[in-house]
Structures are given as C-alpha cells and as structure tokens.
Design a protein around this ligand. Sequence first.
Ligand code: C2E
Ligand code: MG
Ligand code: MG
Length: 603
Amino acid sequence: MFENIGENVLSLVSPSNILLLSILTFLLIFIYIFMFKRKKDALQNFVEEKIKVFQNVFYISEDVIIVLSNKNEILYANKAAIDFFDLKKYFKFTQLELPEIKVKNEFVDLKTLISHSIQKSEKRMNVYTNTLLIREKNIKEEIPVNLYFNTSLIKINDTVPGTILIINDMRKEKAKEQLAYKHKLTKLPNQAQALSDLNALYAKLHLNHQKIALVLMDIDNFSMLRSIVGYEQSNVVLIRFASYLEELANEFSFFVYHTVHNNFLLIMPDVESTKDILSIVNNIQHELKSFYKMGNSKLHLTASVGVSIYPDSSSTLNLLDDAYKALSNAEKKGHGRIEIYEEQQSKYDYDELKLYNDMHQALEKSEFEVYYQPIMDAKTKEIVSAEALIRWQHPEHGMIVPNVFIPIMEKTGFITDLGKYVLEEVLKQQKRWELFKFKQIAVSINLSMLELESGKFVEDVVTQLAQHQINPELIKFEITEGSAMISEESTSKQLLELKRLGIDISLDDFGTGYTSFTYLKKIPASILKIDRSLVINIVKNDEDQRIVKAMIELGHNLGMKIVVEGIENEEMFTLLSSFGSDFIQGYYFSKPLPVFEFQKLLR
Ligand code: C2E
Ligand code: MG
Ligand code: MG
C-alpha cells in the first residue's frame, strides 16, 4: 500500500507537474505578497489617517499645547501655542523661554517646577489654576490661565522624558465675564458689579474709618421723554449722561454704575460730609438741565436722588436698600429732589395699604390734629406767624409724622380731603383766637399741588373764608419748590388768584429742588423758605454760609421775604439774622405744638 503511494508520488514528479507546481507556488507567493501588501497598506492608511486626525486635533485645539524636550526645546507646538508664545520666528528645537506662574501669590519659574517634576518622576498631571506671567524684553504681562504639565507621558528615544505643556487661556472668558458686569447700552459697570464692589468696600471698612455714601439717581419722567424724543434719542441721552457721570467720577474720585433703565448709582467710598454729596448732586442736576439739546431747545431734565450713608444712615447690610427707600421718598415728593435716608425712617415701615384704609375713618374719628410752629421775626424775636403742621394720632401706631402718610395721601388723592380739613381747622382756630383776643397772626398751610388740580381750589377757599368770616391775609399757602417747578400754567394762575385775594404764597423747602433763578420770578410767591438741609451745618461750614447768604440776597432782590427753617440754636439764629433773614422758624424757639400749648406762646 505504501509502495503504491510512493509510486503515485513519483508519478506526480513529472516535468510537466513540476512546472505546474512551480507556477502554483509562484501564484500562491504572489497572492500572499499581494494580500500582505494590501493589508500592510490598509494598516498604514489606517494609522496615517488616525495620525492626521490627531494632528488636526492637536493643531486646531484652542488650548495651547507644546511638547518640550528635557532641555525645554520645542518639539511640537500647535497653532494656539504659536500664537500664544509668538513662535512664528522660532524654529523647532529652539528653547522655549518658560514664563513664571503665580503660586500662592508668588511668582515661580515654570522651568524649576518642570525640572522638579522630572527629578521626582512625577506621574500625575501638574495643574495650576492661576496667573501666568510672561516676561518678554522686560514687558511683564499677567495672563489669567489654567496651566497643566506632565513629564511622564512622553519619552524621547524611549529614555529621556519630555514635557507636555497645556495652557488654557482664560482671557476671552474673563472678557465675557466682564461683559456680564457691564450695562449693555452705556458700558458702565452694572448693578452686579456694584454689589461685588460694595462687598469689597465693606470688607475693608475696618481698616480705615471712612464714610461710604450711596447716591442713587433716577432721571425723572424718563418714559415720557422716551415717548417724546423716541427710543433711539432717549438712549443717546442715557449714553451722554453716563459719560458725563464717568468724567465727574474721575474728577471727584467716586464710582459710577448704570444699574437699570434710567437708574444710576454713585458709590462714594470716602466722603467727609453731606455737603460734599450735595455739591456733586447739584453739579449733576445743573448739567442735566442743559446738556441735551433737541433742535434749538434744551431738554430740561431733572433727577430724583436718594442717598444713604454708612455709618450715619444705616448698616452695610441695608445701605443699598436704604438708598432705594430714600430715592422712592424723593420721587414721591416731586422732581429733582434729593432725600438722605435717616435711620428713623426705618421706623416708618408701615403697611401703606392699611394706612390708606385707616385714613378715611381717621378723619371722622378726629385722629388728625393740626400742630402749630411759631415763626419769629429775626430782629425782634416776636411771633409773627405760624405754620400749620398736621399730625395723626393713630390708634395702633401712636403719633405718625406727615412724611409717612402725606406721600400715601398724594398717591391716592386723599390729600384733597386732608387739605380741606386743615384749612377748616385753621380757619376755626383763627376765629377762636379772634374771639378770645389772642394776638392775630397769619397761619401758613402746606398745600399739595394735587389740591389745585381740580381747578376748584380757589373757589373752595373763598367759600370757606366767607363761611368763617376770616380776613384772607390771615392765611398763607406753602408750596414746595419741587412741585412748583413742574406745575402747569393753570396752577400758577390759581396761585395768582390767591395772591390777588390777599393770600401770600411761600415757596417751601427752597434749596432742595433746582429752581432756576429766572423761573423763580415766574412763581407768584412772596416768601422764600430756605430748607433746613441748607443750614444744618451752617455754623461750621463757610460754603453753606455763602450759599445761604446769596439765596437771601437773591430773594430780597426779587422782592421776597425770607424765612429760614430748622434753626435749632442760638449760634444759628445769630448767624442767620446777621445774613438778613427776615424770619426764623425752628426748634430753637419751639417745636410744632398742639394748639393749646401754642396759644400759651401767643399770650
Ligand atoms: P415743611 O412744610 O417744610 O415743614 C417743616 C418741617 O420741619 C416740619 O416737619 C417741622 O416739624 C420741621 N422742623 C421745623 N423746625 C425744625 C428744626 O429746628 N429742626 C428739625 N429737625 N425739624 C424742624 P413735619 O411737621 O414733620 O412736616 C414735614 C412735612 O410734611 C412738611 O415740611 C410739609 O411738607 C408736610 N406737611 C405737614 N403738614 C402738612 C399738611 O397739612 N398738608 C400738606 N400737604 N403737607 C404737610
Ligand atoms: Mg412747610
Ligand atoms: Mg419746609
């Protein structure tokens, strides 16, 4: 059997078979080589493609990626790295001058850090989230970055370690972040920035005992302005106002923020006195009056201003809220007014709606009472007149002062009822004093412009005077400067009619609004009442003295008599009478008193 096999094999080894076999072998080898090459090509293609992908990823990565030799020569650098280190003029294998990085507020050589890592054969990625300091020809630049490096992942010729350095440049993000702290329209820092700056300021407070003032201002009637001049132009107003405030801020070293809409905040980190604040606010009001022209006419703008001062007004916790409260109070009082938040105002945290509901019954239940404060002749110290000041004896809250409820009354229109009540009370009182032979003096009554709005005010006054048979010269009306400024023609007509009847008009709180002197002539007032805020510091303050003196002169030149309010002591009295004030009102003589006590003074 085996022999047969041998024979069969031998019979195969014929020359023709050998040829066939050789061809077959060649074919097989060829196929094998062909297949192998294809496989190799495919593998190579695959690897090349992968490399290409990784190269591209490496190249286009926004993070700076550099591979360094152990001598810090550049082996590979991606585009971001070329831009970041400005490597265009450098070549491969040039040494990269390594920057310094900030570690715990100190700058450390990155070179040193890398060589430490190599020495210690550190496997981990070193991470520094901090500032990178680039020194180039003595130019130091601090750049916010996240920096990573690793000295174990790469081996050159399988032995020497290289370094992979990755830098995540944070500048763009920081810029974006900063944008979030800017007002979109005016590019001034916004409310978020203000809050963060305030926190930083408060943190430093214990270092130096400084006063911080927050001055919050709202351009008055802005929505009306928008409707008149249009959206674009009113934006121009805001932009100009913002750049004006910025200039002022540089000059007087304060910070300015555009919080929202037409609302701006000034942070004054180190004010000495209220006077400084008032003087800056005055500048702003003055500028607002004239800085924007439309065609040939100027836009007469004003701003309402609320101020809170640390530590005078409030704690740091409430300072901003208090500035808003003051602003809201200023706005309630009219246009172009400034209100400084006082601690006691916080006691006025009444529920407005409840007070409004209580008001109606209060009139019926006689909870309102007219107090009288004497006004003295500055030369003879005699009582020449009195101001009627309303008080509310509330069944739950006790005595509430007018600054709390008058604004609510003005908002709701209830002020007209109160006005009628006060006038009637005063007229009745005058009659009693006449009957009981008290000294006859004029009583001035505070008038809200809203009372004139019905157009029937003068008529009502005439009726009441006739009813009580009182000489019109025995009453006067006080209107506040702020409200007088915005009053319409019909109101000044009514004031003129009152004047013709023999009823004097006083311009109250003068110096808190921003009446121009030419405008003053148009208001039919014969008495100017200089506001308490202007005389609070007058004894110590030369500039206040000059201002008040000038105001008194101005009033006299316009043929007006002058009352100075808020005289609290002998020194103030002597000073103001020497300035030529005709009349004086203040705690120095007497606080506002209930009628029973007041008439003792009249005796
Ligand atoms: P006003 O008309 O300017 O009245 C003067 C205010 O200054 C009064 O506050 C008075 O008590 C206060 N005052 C006077 N002398 C001194 C002083 O030497 N030192 C200090 N610290 N204060 C002094 P009051 O009574 O709280 O009235 C506040 C405001 O409420 C008034 O300011 C007036 O605008 C308004 N008001 C008062 N009664 C009426 C009223 O019957 N009708 C209207 N529409 N408003 C009224
Ligand atoms: Mg008054
Ligand atoms: Mg006043």
